[in-house]
Write a protein that binds this ligand. Structure first.
Ligand code: HEM
Ligand SMILES: *[C@@H]1O[C@H](CO)[C@@H](O)[C@H](O)[C@H]1NC(C)=O
Length: 325
């Protein structure tokens, strides 16, 4: 072979090799619904029965676990950072402002993790257990189901400051919500669809006090009713709960969007999704069409579950969801 064509062949071979490495790198990032099919065939049924028991005992737990998944994914990606306890060597996220005295359901994840460890030791990440449990919580409260992408690994670190800055506050404007979601690769339709999670669960008075006392875009009778359990000053009533969806807070339906078009949003941020003019048309569509909401919610939560996962040899499979190995 002439030197010139030999050189060209080498360049071509090197190009192919580089392309393969790039493709493998991309593949390593790819999650798959069948990730544990061989290594932990009973995983999905273990998570399902753990969630079924928890939701039967307290329906709200389906909502609490769904929220845990959101608060995990928005901070460093879906890496189970939210599950880490504070310790002498680690500052976790549980005491960040959006989480303190608010996030719940950690014992449910612990109980499921113990059963998964008994069946398949050292195999399944806490991040994946949370993704499955969130799906089952939604489905057990009459919501849709979907194939959960799997193969995430658990972080050894957490970030309280990222939890404080990346999780949107209930006083957010529509523009701020759009931008918080955009910074995670989620568009405004994903924002509205995912906010439909507030069709289940409850909020504390501390989260909706300023809305019921100071917002003008709220149904007057609804505000008066909520004021009965939530006083105007911070203090004794801070922890009192109200359903996020006034119509049906233990049923995953489109009631939340029907609330919003009637100015029955409980959080200021909820009501920003209708009336501010930024995403009104999406909210109105979901209020009319429950099937459209359901299908967009599934698309959006799968997208949310893909935020910066640790894969391959990054991170670890934690033995205890509350602490790094
Ligand atoms: C759009 C921005 C969002 C804001 C500002 C927001 C804010 C809040 C707040 C303030 C609460 C009540 C917390 C308390 O008072 O203790 C809450 C509850 C909840 N959030 Fe969100 N949230 C947002 C998006 C989401 C998303 C995307 C999901 C899930 C996909 C979600 C799921 C939930 C659930 C299920 C509850 C009820 C939890 C329970 O009853 O334990 N939220 N949210
Ligand atoms: C309502 O707004 C007034 C005036 O800004 C403020 O002083 C008050 O603390 C607010 N009340 C609540 C419950 O947020």
């Amino acid at each position: 072979m002439a030197p010139a064509s030999l050189l060209l062949t080498r360049v071509a071979a090197a190009t192919v090799a580089v392309a393969c490495v790039v493709a493998l790198g991309a593949m390593a990032q790819q999650l798959s619904p069948t990730f544990y099919d061989a290594s932990c065939p009973n995983l999905q049924s273990i998570v399902r029965s753990g969630m079924a028991a928890a939701v039967q005992q307290e329906p709200r737990m389906g909502a609490s676990i769904l929220r845990l998944f959101f608060h995990d994914c928005f901070v460093q990606g879906c890496d189970a950072s939210v599950l880490l306890d504070d310790s002498a060597t680690l500052t976790g996220e549980k005491n960040a402002a959006p989480n303190a005295n608010s996030l719940r359901g950690f014992e449910v994840i612990d109980a499921i993790k113990s059963q998964v460890e008994a069946a398949c030791p050292g195999t399944v990440s806490c991040a994946d257990i949370l993704a499955l449990a969130a799906r089952d919580g939604v489905n057990l409260l009459s919501g849709p189901t979907w194939a959960v992408q799997l193969g995430r690994r658990d972080t050894r670190t957490a970030s309280q400051s990222a939890a404080n800055s990346n999780l949107p506050s209930p006083s957010s404007s529509a523009a701020a919500l759009v931008s918080a979601f955009a910074s995670k690769g989620l568009d405004s339709r994903d924002l509205v669809a995912l906010s439909g999670a507030h069709t289940i669960g409850a909020a504390r008075c501390a989260s909706f006090r300023s809305r019921i006392y100071n917002d003008s875009n709220i149904n007057a009778g609804f505000a008066a009713k909520r004021k009965q359990i939530c006083g105007p000053q911070s203090g004794g009533t801070d922890g009192n709960l109200a359903p996020l969806d006034a119509m049906s807070s233990v049923k995953f339906d489109n009631g939340y969007f029907r609330d919003l078009v009637s100015q029955f949003g409980l959080l200021h941020s909820d009501q920003e999704l209708f009336g501010a003019g930024v995403v009104d048309s999406v909210t109105a569509r979901y209020a009319r069409n429950g099937a459209a909401f359901s299908s967009d919610f599934v698309t959006a939560i799968v997208k949310m579950g893909n935020i910066s996962p640790l894969t391959g040899s990054s991170g670890e499979i934690r033995a205890n969801c509350r602490k790094p190995n």
